[in-house]
Design a protein around this ligand. Structure first.
Ligand SMILES: [Mn+2]
Length: 238
């Protein structure tokens, strides 16, 4: 090598060094691209449905950044779902045109079902997930506790303890119904309890935020599971 180099002129050596530099750069670029490439498919799912009552399209990205684009026609529900996305880090896109001239029932229920279906599809066979999640979330004087199990079986126990008939433009009973419909279609056990609070807006929002925090933990991949299913039955399919 030294002998070969000694036979070259200074400009030839410089040219060879430039060529080597460009090869090293190319190697670095290839290495970076390979290290950034995802090793598994992104956990995302979509669902759309059109009936005489509602027309809905929904999409979730489980390993998202908490960005949302929500438009249900019900302002307070949008506010709650944006909070759900922000604090779960699950990206949510949800568009709904519902029969709000009737009331808020079909729109709220069908949005919950569509989001639940997306979550169920996105967690797939539940390989490697943490499965359980629990969280406390305050909002000023209000405090909520949520416990979730991504079991494949949908059920919910919900105590929002709201005093008013409506919060914003959604009825209190439909906020409760939202959690039940979501849990049923997502195939999760969901326990929502507002433990304290005076203001119904605060109580509702702390319940959605606690749900977000619990869900975030439950859907996350647990690296120590090394791709196994967190069940002694070795399956979490229904
Ligand atoms: Mn608020």
């Amino acid at each position: 090598m030294l002998k070969q180099l000694s036979q070259l002129t200074t400009s030839q050596i410089q040219e060879q060094m430039k060529e080597m530099d460009s090869k090293v750069d190319l190697f670095r670029v290839c290495h970076t691209i390979l290290s950034l490439a995802p090793t598994t498919a992104p956990r995302t799912a979509s669902h759309s449905r059109k009936t005489k009552e509602t027309e809905i399209s929904a999409r979730v990205v489980l390993d998202g950044s908490g960005s949302s684009n929500v438009s249900t026609g019900i302002g307070f529900l949008d506010h709650m779902l944006e909070a759900l996305s922000k604090h779960s880090l699950i990206d949510i896109t949800l568009k709904c045109k519902g029969d709000l001239q009737v009331d808020d029932h079909h729109t709220t229920e069908d949005c919950a079902i569509a989001l639940g279906i997306c979550v169920r599809k996105a967690v797939g066979d539940k390989v490697g997930i943490t499965r359980y999640g629990s969280a406390l979330a305050p909002l000023d004087e209000a405090l909520s506790r949520v416990v979730v199990d991504i079991s494949g079986r949908g059920n919910a126990s919900v105590n929002l303890n709201l005093k008013r008939e409506k919060v914003g433009d959604v009825s209190a009973e439909m906020l409760t119904h939202f959690f039940i419909s979501f849990a049923t279609s997502a195939g999760i056990s969901l326990h929502v309890d507002v433990l304290k609070g005076e203001n119904d807006h605060h109580k509702s929002e702390s319940a959605f935020k606690a749900t977000a925090l619990a869900l975030r933990h439950a859907v996350e991949i647990d690296e120590r599971r090394k791709g196994t299913i967190p069940s002694t039955k070795e399956t979490l399919s229904v």
